[in-house]
Design a protein around this ligand. Structure first.
Ligand SMILES: [Zn+2]
Length: 68
């Protein structure tokens, strides 16, 4: 995989999010449940998508917990 790292990249996108109980362990900001979409691209052409849920911090963007 290392030799392909200059050709393959991943983009992470938050589709939608809603407030969740809990606070960020890093900055103490509010947490939210987000529907994430990860697109893996090869030579800038997306060829694989993955949808997953995560609890993210609305303030610093840290991923506190992810559900795959
Ligand atoms: Zn935070």
């Amino acid at each position: 995989m290392v030799c392909f790292c200059f050709l393959v990249d991943q983009t992470k996108q938050v589709c939608k999010s809603k407030p969740a109980a809990g606070t960020c362990s890093r900055c103490g900001g509010g947490a939210s449940v987000a529907d994430m979409k990860t697109a893996t691209r090869f030579c800038f052409v997306p060829f694989y998508w993955k949808n997953w849920k995560a609890i993210v911090c609305t303030f610093c963007g840290a991923i506190l917990r992810s559900y795959r």
